[in-house]
Ligand binder design. Structure first.
Ligand SMILES: Cc1cc2nc3c(=O)[nH]c(=O)nc-3n(C[C@H](O)[C@H](O)[C@H](O)COP(=O)(O)OP(=O)(O)OC[C@H]3O[C@@H](n4cnc5c(N)ncnc54)[C@H](O)[C@@H]3O)c2cc1C
Ligand code: SF4
Length: 480
């Protein structure tokens, strides 16, 4: 392994020869670091031990060349570091901001194992590509030689956008359909702006549009066209629609005024960030200002809700979760951030009912305890009869996760095969669904996952689609 990596270094040196002296490099680095007020990026990068086994890369879903771009950063060779990081990712600065690094690259850093704290890989990745944007190193998207074949992509989230980029580079005509008025999927309307600034997402989309990718926004497949209509229009289709059916809590008072769905709340907040008119925010229904807020759930969506409520000026913010801290699905880093901001976590607790007159005013809470492990190995929560209490609440946000919508019905395509969880069934090698020429990727195949996995799937499916399109074109030529 060590020898392989040495060879890679040598090869890279041949591709990216650095003709500057060490003093010149250091000076360049100092200037850039000062300009972007990130004086510790080089120090962080230099902490990488260049260990022989790059666990960080192995545990990054994109297998980014992390030690190599850290080394280049430490040497002040930022442009080369950017080019290397860009080679495996369509949006490194976005992953750098919002990947749960503690569970991926940084959680597997050998320096972390030795108790000295991981290299902050995500922040260096963000820094490198932000610098590239500001310095004008990010190249426009250049389409490949036209193949004459057209591809339709349903869903403009990270999976759809990544596939769109690579397929355009292959020379295909690419049309992206999305029911929202802006592209980006959950990058745009789910993840809050304090974690991911929206101009960072929009500049990526502008680059794709400038590269000739056609965006059809406000276009709902199922409403504005059936799947079959799109199959007639394009040689191949990709379904990358994500998962949007919110899981419900079946307790009394569930439909009271003031008991709202997490995504309605986050979309409204993100729209306000864009400066859109949002009547349900302006009349107070989706604004937490001055309210006692209770968020139910323990995943990343719940963390985004509690932190958004704090920023909107809520009087108090509590997060109710039925398991304990060690058994929650969300990132521990996010919990720590939320606690620092004043959020109170009420572990081992679930709502028993919501009390309301015209509007919710209280949550009756049932205490829980952890029983035997379930099929996934996590201990299942069960009722603790000795604990129950009430919490005041003017706003209750339900953040229990998402399931897939019923796509075969919605798309008017009953022959589209789904798994028992409702996700699309694909051939795991070709990534093709049960319909020839119709592929699928991202959350709609995996179930609710992560942006970086959406990017990985978009990268993989574009390869499979290109192969399939080539074979189809060969077949057509032979038949002619
Ligand atoms: C609140 C929230 C916060 C999150 N935070 C993080 C985080 O910090 N880090 C992280 O890594 N992951 C996070 N995730 C998960 C991450 O956002 C998703 O895993 C990722 O966006 C999935 O990408 P995707 O392309 O498969 O789908 P999506 O991003 O969901 O995009 C799907 C797109 O398809 C469109 N669409 C759906 N149906 C139709 C239709 N019928 N016709 C036309 N268009 C349609 C939608 O409008 C959407 O734009 C978060 C998720 C949520 C809900
Ligand atoms: S893409 Fe995510 S997991 Fe991979 S190096 Fe970047 S921050 Fe780490």
């Amino acid at each position: 392994m060590a020898a392989d990596r040495m060879l890679q270094f040598v090869e890279r040196e041949q591709h990216y020869p650095d003709k500057r002296t060490a003093a010149e490099r250091a000076q360049d680095f100092r200037e850039i670091a000062e300009r972007y007020a990130a004086p510790d990026a080089d120090e962080q990068a230099a902490r990488c031990s260049q260990c022989g086994v790059p666990y960080c890369s192995v545990h990054c879903p994109l297998h980014n060349h992390i030690p190599d771009w850290l080394r280049l950063t430490a040497e002040g060779r930022l442009r080369e570091a950017y080019e290397l990081s860009n080679a495996t990712s369509t949006m490194p600065e976005i992953c750098g901001r919002i990947c749960p690094q503690d569970r991926l690259c940084e959680g597997n850093c050998v320096i972390e194992f030795s108790g000295h704290g991981a290299v902050t890989i995500g922040s260096v990745e963000k820094y490198i590509t932000d610098t590239a944007w500001t310095e004008g190193w990010v190249e426009p998207l250049v389409p490949g030689r036209a193949t004459g074949q057209s591809v339709g992509i349903i869903g403009a989230g990270p999976a759809g956008l990544t596939a769109a980029e690579y397929l355009r580079v292959q020379g295909h005509e690419v049309h992206v359909y999305d029911r929202h008025d802006r592209a980006g999927g959950l990058l745009t309307y789910g993840i809050p702006g304090f974690k991911l600034e929206k101009d960072v997402v929009m500049r990526r989309i502008d680059r794709l549009a400038a590269g000739g990718i056609h965006f059809h926004l406000g276009f709902e497949v199922g409403g504005d066209a059936t799947l079959d209509v799109l199959r007639q229009k394009h040689e191949a289709l990709l379904i990358a629609t994500g998962v949007y059916k919110a899981r419900e809590i079946n307790v009394p008072g569930n439909d009271a005024q003031g008991v709202i769905a997490a995504l309605d709340y986050l979309v409204a907040s993100n729209r306000k960030g864009f400066g859109d008119a949002v009547p349900a925010f302006d009349d107070g229904s989706l604004d937490a200002e001055g309210k006692h807020v209770v968020v139910i759930g323990g995943g990343d969506t719940a963390m985004d809700c509690v932190r958004t409520a704090v920023r909107q000026g809520a009087k108090s913010v509590k997060c109710l979760y039925r398991r304990d801290r060690d058994n929650m699905p969300g990132s521990q880093r996010e919990v720590a951030n939320a606690e620092e901001e004043g959020v109170e976590f009420v572990w081992l607790s679930a709502p028993a009912s919501f009390t309301a007159d015209t509007h919710v005013k209280q949550v009756a809470v049932a205490g829980m305890r952890l029983g035997a492990p379930d099929a996934s190995g996590r201990r299942s929560p069960e009722r603790d009869p000795g604990r129950q209490f009430d919490l005041p609440a003017d706003m209750v946000i339900k953040a229990l996760g998402f399931d897939p919508e019923e796509l075969p019905n919605l798309f008017g395509a009953p022959e589209l095969s789904v798994t028992r969880w409702g996700t699309l069934r694909v051939d795991h090698q070709t990534m093709m669904t049960s319909l020839p020429g119709v592929f699928a990727a991202g959350d709609i195949v995996r179930g609710a996952s992560l942006v970086v996995w959406g990017i990985r799937d978009g990268r993989d499916v574009s390869e499979q689609m290109s192969k399939w399109l080539k074979a189809r074109s060969k077949g057509e030529k032979k038949a002619a």
